[in-house]
Design a protein around this ligand. Sequence first.
Ligand code: FAD
Length: 464
Amino acid sequence: MKISVNNLDASIIEEFALQLRGDIVRPSDAGYNETRKVYNGMIDKRPGLFAMCVDVADVMTSVNFGRENNLLIAVRGGGHNGGGLGLCNDGLVIDLSGLKFVRVDTSNNTVRVGGGNLWGEVDHATHPFGLAIPAGIISTTGVGGLTLGGGVGHLSRKYGLTIDNLLEADMVLADGSFVTVNKDQNTDLFWAIRGGGGNFGIVTSFKFQAHKVKNVIGGPTLWPIEQTEKIMAWYHKFINNAPDELNGFIATMIIPGPPFPDFLHGNQYCGIVWCYTGSQEDFNKLIKPAMDLEPVFAHVGEMPYPAIQTLFDGLMPSGLQWYWRADFFKELGPEIRAQHLKFGSKIPTPLSQMHLYPISGAASRVGKEETPWAYRDANYAGVIVGVDPDPKNADKITKWCKDYWEALHPYSAGGAYSNFMMDDEGQDRVKASYKHNYARLAKIKAKYDTNNLFSINQNIKPIK
Ligand SMILES: Cc1cc2nc3c(=O)[nH]c(=O)nc-3n(C[C@H](O)[C@H](O)[C@H](O)COP(=O)(O)OP(=O)(O)OC[C@H]3O[C@@H](n4cnc5c(N)ncnc54)[C@H](O)[C@@H]3O)c2cc1C
């Protein structure tokens, strides 16, 4: 049974504060309500104490303080998690937003990144060197949570998942010790953090392999929702036979407004968002079959990589209500396509949508046991997201999302990408998502976090 921070003597908290370089934030502080906000406006957790860490020493001190006082501990990186796993009620939040730096090493195109950085900050720092690290599609997402869960995005088919490009991490473990993990040191931990989430400790810095990506050719093509089944059947054959340089995630969506032209606003579409890392000439040839399907809108052109990474940031500001459900898919057979048409035609609010991210190409050439990411043989990481600014619509978007998921789940591969799951899906879903890798993760958890100090995540229970 954990102790509530409220039950701690004030002097204990004051002494803790004196040991930190960063600030603490308590419920009585003026900034508390701002500090407890995360990206998903649906999350309303009330932590007992925030430790706003600015260096590794702060993280070690905070871990020791939380463990010695038997507090529930949450760790916040970018605060983007759908289920609000960067926060907890009554306990201690170890906040990493002060742990930011990006250092590019041009001798080997590697990049060292702080445990609290956001992806937009990383893209900004690497772009002038003509380098990029494969990550997600919204720039305000945290490096910490996205990387530790896997990392799917525009470069997955060419360069693999974010974890496939992770070379090393510095970590603070549950006993407060500091370790470096890589292919030669603490190899069990290095394996576990490449998909196993924040279960094993707090990553204070990541070292990634970057790739030569300066500009890309990208943007959306849209078809009326009535054509969903036809477009999805074509897309499945096309993308799984396309060169790795071509990525394109398929979606059902409503076009909510600008920057899209007026004639699209409020209508439902089946769309593909392309990202190509080759030449314009090659792209034109490659994409011709898509253009032959006569999209009602095509806005695909050359842009700097950070531009495609921020393309949807404006539509998706912090503070909206979000509810997620996800699964991996191997095929897009007729039953699946029929459900996408059905639920894509009744999207409840303008920002709600469904995405299927391709994880073929380089992402599929990593072995199923090489990292905890078990579904290397699936072709898509699918996610359904109900989104709306108005809390009054929370039930409506949640119901649509769950109904859509329940209709599709029987045709799925069985588990989901852990970063696309909510916090209410239960242990069986976590096990299904790590599949054959779960038992190995549970043993590593028992070795490094026997008492499950790091439990606010898609939790892997220690097997002793
Ligand atoms: C709008 C939006 C778009 C997204 N797009 C993509 C996408 O394109 N591709 C993709 O793969 N995912 C995507 N995601 C999902 C995203 O990967 C997860 O939400 C992820 O958990 C966010 O990480 P964070 O650090 O911002 O979150 P947080 O809420 O801060 O943390 C999430 C979890 O990670 C742990 N954690 C975070 N940092 C650390 C650290 N340094 N050390 C140890 N544990 C840590 C936390 O304890 C928590 O359990 C998206 C999410 C949103 C909201």
